[in-house]
Structure formats: C-alpha cells, structure tokens
Design a protein around this ligand. Structure first.
Ligand SMILES: [Zn+2]
Length: 280
C-alpha cells in the first residue's frame, strides 16, 4: 500500500502504556484467545464492567520505533477512511462524523466496558470509538497467517464499517436478539452485521483505489487473505476441530471474502445490505 505520503488523522488517541486492570480477569486464557477472533464485538456484553483502575495520566506511552511507524500507518489509513466516508455521506445527503481511534496496550476502558488486548480490535457504538492494540497486527501476521499492510488496513476499515453502520442506523437489533436468549437468531443477526462491515470495508478500498491510487499489486489479495483467515469456519476448525455454523458470529471465510469483494467491486453502500439477502 502506498501510504507514506498520506494525510495523518487527528483522531488517533494514544493510550498505550496507560492500561488499567481488566475486569473479569478470571476468564480463562483460552476464552480470551477465542474472543480475539471476534472483530467488533461489544465487550460490555461479555466482560464485567466493574469500575476500572484509573490510568495514570503522567505515564508516557510505551512505544518502540517499529510501533511508531505502525501508529503512523494507522493514522494514514484512518484519515483515508475519513476522506472516503465524508464524500460518500455527502453523496447520500448525510454528514459523516469522524470516529476516534484509541491505541492501547494491555487493557482499555471504553463506554462499552473494560476490555483486554486479547479481545482484538473492536468498535464501541456508545462512544463512537475504535479500539486497537497494535500487537493484534502481529497476531494477524503470525497466528492468522495474513501478512501485509493492506490486511491491517482492512481490519481498521472493518471497524470503521461498524461506525458507518451506527451512523446510518444499519446495525439492526443484535442486542435485542442476544437478550432474547434465542442464540441462533442472535448468531444469524450478528453474521449479517459483520458481513456488512466487511462489505463497507470493501467500499472504502474501492474509493481509496479510485481517488487516491494507494493500492499496490497484491494489496487486494492481502485483504482477502485476512478476511478468509478470520472466517468463523476456519477459526472453529483450528480451535475445536469442528465447525458449528449455527454459532457463527462473523460468517465463514467464503462469506467474508465475498462480501468484502462485493463492496470493493461496486463501491456502493446500498450493495452492502445484508438484511435483504435470503442467502448470504
Ligand atoms: Zn466486526
């Protein structure tokens, strides 16, 4: 991805080195690791929301040279999503409000509750912020075998996709479905929301390529590789040795690749309406 000359976003909030204590720390490591596979889940629904340890304000963020490059990269990708979504929202007669992106290490307090790095990147609709531990990118490369800067950009764009859903009121009532105790319905609804976020990430990539020509050879494959790597079927097969589609939260590898691809090919938000599709 050609990003070094790009605009930096002013919406990055660096809270690295300021972590508190994760509430609900009794949850086993295995469970947390599994949670890491969920992009954009609502930590408030899964973790205790005890009052956090207030982070010390005087601590400097823990950074290393490589991480500063990464911070720069994140800031450019975020800026690019801002430019793209401002333009798209204008064309829809709407106004785009930019989300904040919080970088953290260890654990972080959001309006959706306290979350540890192991939960992976997530978006909190209550405070309109994206939360990202840069170590996740290392996991993406090593554990999920999805290397490349555009794989990372896809992760950010997916979380921004959740923000877009929130602004446009597209999320549906996943919480109500979850609260109803009907797990199959909640799972199906969650999959539709997540695939839509993948599609919206694709819409961003489409416009980023067209307007700013930032995609290089192989970038699309990196994003598709990441989408496939974090499909529920592949993750379940790897972690449990079997696949249970009725428990999917994000969709299969094939579905994730397909919906990202649909957004990327068309560049149109209306093509991302997963609620209208009988079959995903
Ligand atoms: Zn998500």
């Amino acid at each position: 991805m050609r990003w070094t000359g790009g605009r930096r976003s002013s919406n990055v909030e660096d809270r690295r080195g300021m972590g508190g204590v994760v509430a609900g720390g009794g949850i086993g490591g295995v469970v947390l690791l599994l949670l890491a596979l969920f992009f954009g889940f609502d930590p408030g629904a899964m973790l205790d929301t005890e009052p956090p340890v207030v982070p010390g304000g005087s601590q400097a963020p823990a950074t290393s040279p490589g991480q500063d490059d990464l911070r720069d990269f994140v800031s450019v990708v975020l800026a690019d999503t801002e430019d793209t979504w401002h333009e798209i929202f204008r064309s829809l007669g709407r106004e785009y409000r930019e989300p904040k992106l919080v970088l953290f290490t260890g654990s972080v307090q959001s309006a959706c509750g306290m979350a540890g790095a192991a939960v992976g990147p997530f978006y909190c609709p209550s405070d309109h912020k994206l939360y990202l531990d840069l170590d996740f990118f290392r996991a993406l490369r090593d554990r999920f075998r999805a290397p490349g800067d555009f794989a990372q950009a896809y992760v950010i764009a997916h979380e921004v996709g959740h923000h877009v859903q929130t602004l446009l009121g597209l999320t549906g009532d996943v919480t109500a479905a979850r609260d109803s105790g009907d797990r199959t319905r909640a799972s199906a609804m969650s999959v539709r929301v997540e695939l839509q976020a993948d599609c919206l990430a694709g819409v961003w990539a489409h416009h980023a390529r067209q307007s700013r020509d930032i995609l290089e050879e192989g970038d699309l494959e990196e994003a598709l590789g990441a989408a496939a790597a974090i499909g529920d079927d592949r993750l379940q097969r790897e972690s449990r040795g079997r696949v249970a589609p009725e428990t999917f939260t994000h969709g299969s590898s094939r579905q994730r690749v397909q919906w990202f691809g649909r957004g990327f090919e068309t560049g149109e938000v209306r093509r991302c309406d997963t609620s209208r599709e009988a079959e995903l």
